[in-house]
Structures are given as structure tokens and as C-alpha cells.
Design a binder for this molecule. Sequence first.
Ligand code: MN
Ligand code: MN
Length: 307
Amino acid sequence: MEFKPLSGREFPRYSALKTFFRLPVATLDDDFDVAIVGVPFDGGVSYRPGARFAPTKVREISSLGRGFNWARGEDIFKKLRIADAGDCSTVPIDLNQTYQKIEKHFSQVLAAGKRFLAVGGDHSITLPLLRAVRKHAGQPVTLVHFDAHLDTYPAAWGQEYHHGAFARHAVEEGLINPKKSVQIGLRGPLAGGEDLDFVKKHGLRSITVDDVRTSAGLETFLRTLPPCEGPTYITYDIDCLDPAYAPGTGTPVVGGLTTYEVQRIFRALKIEQLVGADVVELSPPYDHSDITALAVLDAMFEMLCLF
Ligand code: MN
Ligand code: MN
């Protein structure tokens, strides 16, 4: 099998079956490097639903996906064999069963020698993804976490697991090494100052929008990004972007990053060993003119380049 996107010259971009980046659909038995896998689940949201529709929307908007990274001077589809590996099975009304399915499915992906890019889904899916990655890596991983929110919040409505708590569980379960990990795009308002206690206590580095947009300029900020050592995982919550760039999301927060700033941050990251990544919280029913879906596609492209 040839892992090349369908040509837009042969099949115009509005035509043909929709797959991630117009890539072939493959099974885990096929010989390729990176699996793009949909995780259509939004049973962990606290506000706007709709992220369950994101994998289908991203496949549709993938019509505009291209492979050559101008900034890096290379074509991702010439360097890596990437495939659409379908969706992970989920149970829309049961978070516990869905967690089990996600952990099992992605353990199989990793055991097959593939790295993966998961397309959520709300941010609750990242916890079982990290459980699979931690088991496979045999050690806590370095986490690069893009988000407006800390996602270290306590139980809500008596439920421990929801889309705003994955980072806390990831630290408490020893899935990530908080001292090597960073959160990027954070901003308030918070419910209270004690929201920051958890990240301070565990030494998670918080990078706010103010930190990115300093008077010294973006270039100066980019040089402060720490190198990511050891097995590393990226989770990209689309609400790290300002709602002007990403209106189609579950819990928008104004005063966010721009798509350009995110591109530059991705290109400045130095990652030794990227084992997996995800993009979460795209809610197509709240999107306009596919603005948010396009931002997701671009982040996926930059993350594929990091593999
Ligand atoms: Mn989040
Ligand atoms: Mn968020």
C-alpha cells in the first residue's frame, strides 16, 4: 500500500471519500508509521456538547490538507507513512466503558509499533490515551498540554472523570512527569486562586498567553521553551486559541492564542521522542465556516511534522 494522499489533480479536493488528509484507510496489520484515529466521544463535557462529531468533520475538512511544510522545507508524507486507521469504538452514554475501550484500542495501536494522532472527542479522552502511552513507554511521559484551562479541576457533580480533570488524574496516577511537562495558552478567569494550588504543588510549568505575548516579542518567548526529554505526548485542546480563531469549541475563553502563534510554538518545540498526540474539543455544531475545523487540521499537520 502507498501511504500518499489522494491527488487533488486527479480527484478535485471537494470530491472522493473523506479520510484524514485524504490518506488511505489502513488496519494495524499494515506497514506504516503513524495512525490517525478518531475518538468520537463527548460524554465528559460540562458545557457545550458536539465534540463527538469532530472526527467526521476533520475528515471532511481534510480535503484542504497538504503535506509540504514551508517552514521546515520538507514533505511530511514523503518522510512518514501515515494512515487513517478509522475510529476507536465508544459508548456515548458511558464514560467508564469508553475509557476501557480507548485504553485497549490504543494499547493495540502502540503494540503494533505505530505512533498515533488521536482526533477527539472532548478532553476526557486524553486520560485513557495517556494510560495506554504510560504502559507502553514503561515510565511517566513528558506532557506538552495546549489549553486555556488547567484541566486539574476537582470532581464535578460527584464525578471524578470529566473533560476538566484529565491533567490532575494524569499526575496522580503517575502517567506524566509534571516537572518536565508544560501547559501552554492558559488564562483566566479561574473559579478561585486555589485552582492554581495543584499545578504549583506538583511543579507543572504554566505558560499563559501573557507569557507568549511579552513585550520582548514572540521570538524571545520561543527561546524559553524547554526541550522535551524522553517519551513525550502532546495534547492539543483547541480552546487554547482565542474564540475568534476557534469559535467551535465546548468551553471558549476570550484572550487566547492566535493560530500563527501556535504554528510558531509547534515549530519551536524540540521533542526527542514523540510517542502520541491528540487534538480535542472541536465542536462542529458551534463552528462557523469551518474556522475551528481548519485550525484543528493545521495543528494536526504541525504535530505530524513533530513525529
Ligand atoms: Mn482541556
Ligand atoms: Mn480547554
